[in-house]
Design a protein around this ligand. Structure first.
Ligand SMILES: *[C@@H]1O[C@H](CO)[C@@H](O)[C@H](O)[C@H]1NC(C)=O
Ligand SMILES: *[C@@H]1O[C@H](CO)[C@@H](O)[C@H](O)[C@H]1NC(C)=O
Ligand SMILES: *[C@@H]1O[C@H](CO)[C@@H](O)[C@H](O)[C@H]1NC(C)=O
Ligand SMILES: *[C@@H]1O[C@H](CO)[C@@H](O)[C@H](O)[C@H]1NC(C)=O
Ligand SMILES: *[C@@H]1O[C@H](CO)[C@@H](O)[C@H](O)[C@H]1NC(C)=O
Ligand SMILES: *[C@@H]1O[C@H](CO)[C@@H](O)[C@H](O)[C@H]1NC(C)=O
Ligand SMILES: *[C@@H]1O[C@H](CO)[C@@H](O)[C@H](O)[C@H]1NC(C)=O
Ligand SMILES: *[C@@H]1O[C@H](CO)[C@@H](O)[C@H](O)[C@H]1NC(C)=O
Length: 733
């Protein structure tokens, strides 16, 4: 029968995320590549690389020192990459100056319409200095010839820019793409990868154009999603840091790119990349890089991950970075399937292929056409995995498959089309290398029944058409909270469009990148928190273009407290799906109040989380010690949202900074469902100048025995509404 119950879910992850996690262990099998993180750069006149060599010499001897050192981080923080045995790793880890040593694993990469949908039109008010904003994109590189990166009308790079352009494989920068560099610390670069910042994959071109591509009218993908494609900050500059290759993005390279991007002078870092499991803050290269970026006034915006909808599936959640979930826009893509009996079904799909409408094609069921010589039978071939189908029986037919896949199985054996069916991951549409549609399992069962009761079953698959839909809601694959490491900091922070987004693409690949696909396109439609992240990065750049002196925490606060409210009606897992809500860039540029923070606040928080004096001193580069006075609970981190786990009473201390009207009086409005009682003290905050700070205390009593309870605190002066969600959840969430 047609159902998708046992379909392996890893396939969906691969499918959405594009990059898989592989532990890297090339070369000598008992040696692994490790990242040795050593915190802040030492002060004074000091050769960091020489120090790394002598440290390795003293620990491992001179021969091993030279052969093991692969890379030194030295521009923005201290550390190195080395090939070490387990015994050597232990010796290095115990050294005085070392914060953490972790294996360099591979992380995965996790339009027209989306900006308008967000209420952020092309003619929104723009800052005169938008073209001074530099967005650093850590991704698969870029396709510089794309019209989205045309530099017509751009002057030279802002003078603060200190980066470089690595011109090779006929890659050149311009006044839009002002810098580009690639990072590949291990192994050789071979096709399809280019030894250049040029993007052979498409992902980095897509995210870069979403963040800061120029306006390109008439963009579309085979007529779909037609309109003007543009980035959120079309006048901003792009700095490209290519860290991801066909087999993933290594921790060592991620950190090397942060080391450069910070020193190069970028304003915002956008990284749509993440691991498969949560790591402690200083064992996670993205959290480490984002921490040092924060110290230099740079906000890091990262994708929440594509491992939803399970709870605690979020993998980027450091409190100093912005964690972005993915939600829908008001557009969906459906491809109709018609059977020989004239029954029609709508499936979710981006099908650009046109089969002759009048023709009906032979229809077979994957479970009836196993490749028995390769050991398959109907119970396994029904999913149409690669190799599982009998080429002789499938070639030229449309095949019914009991799972969503990237349809590489049917494509490889020359099928004319594929009809997949199932009930998971049907809230975003994917493109396939052949005509295909994804029906509900109920409709799949009807197609199966037709095949089963008809002597010469036939079918046709039509080109996709666009429909409106109610939006936004957080898509099922978007990773969910609660926060796996710090239970009392709410994550994700907010949501942004990440479903079926049209943006620029690399012309070195095809729509799907799957063998047999020959469609080279300048614009492609893809989905992921990888796509929502650059929307948020652009919104952050937009806020910064109006408020160039704001700290990363202030920008993040502005984005969170002005986000459009979402409700559990659209997503039963509430704030763990969408955080503070749906991003609203126009409102975020003038939020009224911000919850500001600096390095010292995070250090107090880390102290309260049990980080040692030694590590705090290395990370900060000063003599910070963890004392009773310098020790804060997660509740007291000046975060723009409130979260507590377990039934408890929590006291949250907060300070807001006035960035709105000089003279203003804000009143607290609290929404609290049953199970939550919320007290705010004082309930009125009066300001007489911009920049003035006022403190208050929120006391939350929670009796939540299962699931979650969500309320909110809104500071309202009649002009600005500064909203923070308040979430309490049971330990057994
Ligand atoms: C790069 O150079 C090669 C060889 O000169 C050429 O075939 C190719 O079209 C160039 N690529 C681009 C994108 O310009
Ligand atoms: C399907 O519709 C076509 C056109 O309306 C018609 O000619 C044909 O007889 C119908 N077939 C069946 C099986 O109903
Ligand atoms: C079955 O799969 C094998 C690869 O595992 C392939 O070589 C063979 O051609 C396939 N047979 C048919 C009939 O498709
Ligand atoms: C996805 O599947 C669910 C469960 O069958 C169904 O309720 C929902 O309508 C489907 N969504 C779409 C877009 O087809
Ligand atoms: C129809 O289904 C029955 C029961 O599952 C099966 O025995 C039979 O072979 C099927 N017939 C066709 C034509 O698929
Ligand atoms: C979809 O919504 C847009 C904007 O509300 C409207 O202009 C358009 O006509 C609608 N399209 C369809 C197919 O309903
Ligand atoms: C830390 O303290 C030591 C000893 O008190 C002092 O020599 C050193 O300069 C201090 N370092 C910093 C960065 O303040
Ligand atoms: C910090 O506070 C926690 C409890 O809030 C306590 O367990 C810890 O000992 C404190 N650390 C210091 C250095 O005061």
């Amino acid at each position: 029968m047609a159902d998708s119950g046992t379909w392996p879910s890893w396939k969906a992850l691969l499918f959405i995320a594009l990059f898989s996690m592989v532990i890297s262990c090339r070369g000598n099998s008992d040696q692994k590549v490790y990242v040795v993180y050593m915190g802040e750069l030492p002060r004074g006149d000091f050769s960091t690389s020489a120090h790394h060599v002598s440290l390795l010499q003293a620990t491992l001897g001179s021969k091993r020192a030279t052969e093991s050192l692969l890379h030194s981080y030295k521009r923005s923080f201290n550390g190195f990459v080395a090939k070490l045995t387990e015994d050597e790793r232990k010796r290095i880890a115990s050294l005085e100056g070392v914060v953490s040593v972790f294996p360099s694993t591979k992380k995965q990469l996790h339009t027209t319409r989306s900006w308008d949908f967000m209420g952020f039109p092309i003619n929104a008010q723009r800052s005169q200095t938008e073209s001074d904003v530099i967005v650093g994109m850590l991704d698969t590189g870029i396709w510089p010839e794309s019209q989205s990166f045309d530099d017509k009308g751009f002057g030279p790079a802002p003078t603060k820019w200190k980066g470089t352009c690595q011109s090779s494989s006929n890659f050149t920068c311009n006044n839009k793409i002002i810098g580009a560099k690639y990072y590949h610390s291990e192994g050789n670069i071979s096709p399809p990868d280019f030894p250049s910042p040029r993007d052979s994959e498409g992902h980095g071109t897509h995210t870069s154009s979403t963040a800061a591509g120029g306006s390109v009218s008439g963009a579309n993908m085979y007529g779909l999603a037609a309109g003007t494609a543009r980035g959120g900050v079309p006048s901003a500059r792009i700095a490209v840091y290519k860290i991801c290759w066909f087999d993933g993005c290594s921790d060592a390279d991620i950190l090397a790119a942060f080391d450069d991007a910070i020193a190069d002078g970028v304003d915002i870092i956008s990284i749509s990349v993440g691991g498969s499991f949560p790591s402690d803050y200083f064992d996670d290269p993205i959290a480490i890089g984002a921490f040092h970026a924060m110290k230099h006034g740079i906000l890091t915006s990262n994708s929440a991950g594509n491992s939803g909808p399970d709870p605690e599936s979020i993998t980027n959640f450091s409190p100093w970075s912005l964690s972005v979930a993915a939600s829908t826009i008001d557009r969906k893509f459906l491809a109709k399937v018609t059977l020989g009996n004239n029954a029609s079904y709508e499936g979710v799909s981006i099908n650009t292929f046109i089969l002759k409408d009048t023709n009906n094609y032979p229809l077979v069921y994957g479970g009836n056409v196993p490749n028995t010589s390769a050991g398959y039978d109907g119970s396994t071939s029904r999913y149409c995995e690669p190799d599982s189908l009998d080429q002789k029986l499938v070639e030229g037919t449309i095949v019914l498959c009991d799972a969503l896949s990237d349809a590489d199985g049917p494509a490889a054996v020359g099928a004319t089309g594929a009809i997949m069916n199932g009930d998971i991951f049907n809230d975003s549409a994917f493109a396939f290398p052949l005509p295909a549609s994804y029906l509900s399992s109920l409709d799949g069962a009807r197609v199966y029944n037709y095949i089963n009761t008809t002597s010469n079953p036939t079918a046709t698959i039509f080109k996709t058409t666009e429909f409106n839909q109610t939006a936004p809601f957080v898509v099922s694959f978007s990773s969910r909270g609660p926060n796996p490491i710090t239970k009392d900091i709410l994550k994700p922070d907010l949501t942004a469009p990440g479903v079926d987004i049209l943006a620029a693409w690399s012309e070195a690949t095809t729509v799907t990148g799957i063998p047999g696909d020959e469609r080279v396109v300048p614009y492609n439609i893809i989905s992921g928190t990888s796509m929502s992240c650059p929307h948020a990065s652009a919104a952050a750049a937009y806020v910064k273009s109006f408020n160039p002196t704001w700290s990363p925490a202030a920008i993040k606060s502005a984005l969170m407290t002005t986000a459009a409210v979402m409700t559990v009606k659209a997503n039963s897992d509430g704030e763990f799906a969408y955080g503070s809500g749906h991003i609203d860039p126009v409102k975020a540029k003038s939020p009224g109040l911000v919850y500001d923070m600096g390095e010292a606040d995070y250090v107090k928080f880390l102290c309260g989380q049990g980080y040692s004096n030694k590590n705090l001193q290395l990370v900060t580069g000063d003599n910070s010690t963890c004392t009773a006075a310098n020790n804060a609970t997660a509740y007291d981190l000046n975060y723009p949202s409130f979260s507590l786990s377990g039934s408890a009473t929590a006291v949250f201390h907060r300070t807001v900074t006035n960035v709105g009207s000089a003279t203003s009086t804000y009143k607290a409005a609290v929404a609290a469902p049953s199970g939550l009682s919320v007290g705010v003290q004082p309930t009125t905050l009066s300001f007489t100048s911009v920049g003035e700070k006022q403190s208050f205390v929120v006391t939350v009593k929670a009796t939540v025995t299962s699931g979650m309870a969500s309320g909110a605190l809104v500071w309202d002066d009649g002009t600005y509404q500064v909203r923070s969600p308040i979430v309490a959840y049971s330990h057994s969430f």
